[in-house]
Design a protein around this ligand. Structure first.
Ligand code: B12
Length: 589
């Protein structure tokens, strides 16, 4: 029944390396350099961030994480210094910065030239890594586009040589695809080698994994997410001898589930954890409402950390984050808000979790353990060598979250479920997207709904990057209107998408995009279309912006006009696309 997941089908690669070859290579590489003490270690008088976290957790002192990453390293370092100083003046403290590298940094250094860039930070030398680690007395956490990428080894070595002791992001390994990069075996090998390098350092290095960047954002069952954390821990700690630190939070909107997950995770992966991320999926356009979201998730996290002091920092996210990358003022606001909240709540946080949270935590923990056992036993029976970290990592990435949940999820089989199972504890995203889809359908003008149903266009839907909720929402709205949709994929390249749409005879292509490549992507589609007869309508929505070349603020600007110039239709809302679809479609001959 699970033959499609067999080792022969999933790993047909000729002469793959073994995990032990890669560990050996990592150890040799680690012996070729020393790691310095960064400003954080010197000024806070600690050996590494893990030690600091353990001490702070024992003292019951909350830690605070800020996210930083403008395009230019000098601007980023200056902004980090300013944020730290202003927050300190206001009575707070930033303990760590998540440094948000650009996705183009994920390519090996000699393959970065000429690539599309996103909205993040581009570092050109080891000195740039060091500049950031020395910018403030906060720990520099190189969280994204390091481990889990083709450049995992180069970027990990650069981060270690800058004195960083928390490096990620294993979560990204499982789900992110860099444009035009199909060699996943190389990514798995580089990831194993990078973790092996971390394992033999003289101080503890936290191998960070943001579960929301990985499978958490895709599974429909929180128990599977916990099981994924257990699998990651097994690979990093048992097979590779390093230390894992998990992060979760973006998609954890249900506060009860959020706290219950914390209880389950801190037992399953005692850490210390990196940070509990902000509940960014609940932010919208109304800042007053966003402040309520900020206060509620921070309050819930502060209580959860009191019940289970796991060493995670809390993450105050600026209320403007749903619109764009936040400015310095906005980050300072959020940090001061959180510091004040921590002070105000200190004496009133309940000492123990309510029974409903505790028992939900137990349910997630048991379900997570069952998922872990099902995956490990199942893969063993399918012929995989489950104690080889390289083989296990590559197999899991190739199988992917939907097939894993379908085959091994602890929920009972139910074809109405997202992946053919009823989740034990439903992830908040599932309900949020279907409620949003219902709302869009309920608000549609009758002539638009009738027009679409009459014309019945076939639409091929895809994303340019890892963000897939926009795609899921478009799919659900169109399905509710009775249209046939075609899956154009996640993180696809323009030429492949056009081919999929042409093969399926789609009347229109709907692209959801979030990482600053909207205009470049539709230009590529227009270029491909110019060479053949197939001319579908092209719609694009999500975050239609880009960081202009040569900017010194690093802030993205709107590119809707540029998109319009290519013939594609920029859409602020799904309703904009529906109105056009109701009128007519392109020429698909
Ligand atoms: C969830 C999320 C994630 C999740 C995605 C999980 C998943 N599997 O989908 C995770 C954690 C993985 C993630 C990762 C990253 N993210 Co993110 N993420 C978000 C977040 C919180 C929500 C986006 C979302 O899905 N919303 C749900 C959808 C349904 O709602 P919506 O966006 O409002 O969409 C509406 C319309 O736009 C429209 N729509 C959307 N798509 C389409 C398509 C068509 C055709 C049409 C017609 C309409 C349409 O439909 C909706 C209703 O009308 C936003 C911030 C925010 N609150 O918006 C940041 C955000 C999009 N992310 C951002 C960034 C930078 C990243 C990272 C690069 C960060 C990093 N360094 O790791 C990575 C991506 C790396 C990569 N390779 O691309 C930035 C984008 C910056 C920008 N362009 O200005 C944002 C805005 C956060 C920020 N302020 O910095 N992210």
């Amino acid at each position: 029944m699970l033959g499609h997941l067999s080792r022969e089908r999933v790993l047909p690669d000729a002469a793959p390396p073994t995990g032990s070859d890669l560990i050996e290579r990592g150890r040799k590489r680690a012996a070729s350099f020393d790691i310095p003490q960064s400003r954080f270690q010197r000024e806070r008088d600690v050996k590494c961030e893990a030690a600091f976290k353990i001490a702070m957790a024992a003292a019951g002192r909350p830690m605070f994480h800020a996210q930083a990453g403008w395009r230019d390293p000098e601007v980023t370092a200056a902004n980090m210094a300013e944020i730290s100083a202003r927050v300190r003046e206001a009575g707070g403290h930033v303990d760590r910065y998540g440094i948000c590298l650009d996705w183009s940094m994920g390519y090996p250094p000699d393959a970065r030239g000429g690539r599309n860039q996103g909205t993040g930070l581009v570092l050109r030398s080891d000195d740039d890594f060091r500049l950031l680690a020395e910018a403030t007395d906060a720990a520099a956490h190189f969280g994204d586009f390091v481990i889990g990428m083709p450049a995992a080894v180069e970027n990990t070595v650069a981060a270690l040589r800058a004195g960083s002791t928390s490096i990620g992001n294993l979560g990204q390994y499982f789900t992110f695809r860099l444009p035009d990069w199909d060699d996943d075996a190389l990514i798995a090998a580089a990831t194993v080698e990078a973790i092996a390098i971390c394992a033999v350092q003289p101080v503890d290095i936290i191998v960070h994994s943001n579960l929301d960047d990985g499978f958490a954002a895709r599974f429909s069952d929180l128990a599977c997410t916990l099981g994924a954390a257990l699998i990651e821990r097994y690979i990093v700690e048992q097979l590779l001898g390093a230390r894992i630190g998990h992060c979760y939070g973006h998609t954890f909107s249900g506060l009860k589930e959020r706290q219950a997950f914390h209880l389950a995770l801190s037992e399953a992966s005692p850490g210390p954890g990196s940070m509990i991320y902000g509940n960014t999926t609940r932010f919208g356009d109304d800042d007053a409402a966003n402040y309520a979201v900020l206060a509620s998730y921070l309050g819930a996290d502060m209580a959860a950390l009191r019940w289970a002091p796991s060493g995670h920092a809390v993450t105050p996210i600026p209320v403007t984050e749903a619109r764009r990358i936040p400015s310095v003022d906005e980050i300072v606001d959020a940090q001061v808000f959180a510091a004040t909240l921590a002070e105000r709540l200190a004496d009133t946080l309940p000492p123990d979790p309510p029974e409903a949270v505790r028992s939900l935590g137990v349910e997630i923990a048991l379900g997570g353990r069952a998922f872990f056992d099902n995956v490990m036993n199942g893969l063993g029976e399918l012929g995989y060598v489950t104690d080889d970290p390289y083989e296990l990592l590559l197999a899991i990435r190739r199988i992917g979250a939907p097939a894993l949940e379908r085959a091994f999820g602890p929920g009972r089989a139910d074809e109405r479920g997202y992946y053919g199972r009823a989740p034990l504890v439903e992830s908040s995203v599932v309900g949020e997207i279907s409620a949003q889809a219902e709302q869009i359908i309920a608000g549609l003008e009758p002539d638009v709904a009738d027009g679409i149903k009459r014309r019945c266009p076939k639409v091929c839907i895809a994303t340019t990057d890892v963000h897939e909720y926009g795609k899921r929402l478009v799919e659900q709205v169109l399905a509710k209107l009775g249209l046939e949709t075609v899956d154009g994929g996640i993180g696809v390249d323009a030429d492949d998408l056009l081919q999929t749409a042409a093969d399926a005879g789609a009347d229109a292509i709907a692209v959801s995009t979030y990482n600053g490549v909207a205009a470049a992507f539709v230009q590529q589609i227009a270029g491909e279309m110019a060479t053949g007869p197939y001319r579908p309508q092209v719609f694009i929505g999500g975050r239609l912006n880009a960081v202009p070349d040569g900017t010194n603020t690093g802030m993205p600007v709107d590119v809707a006009d540029e998109i319009g110039g290519t013939g594609a239709i920029p859409c602020a809302r799904i309703e904009d696309m529906l109105a056009v679809l109701a009128q007519g479609s392109g020429d698909k001959k």
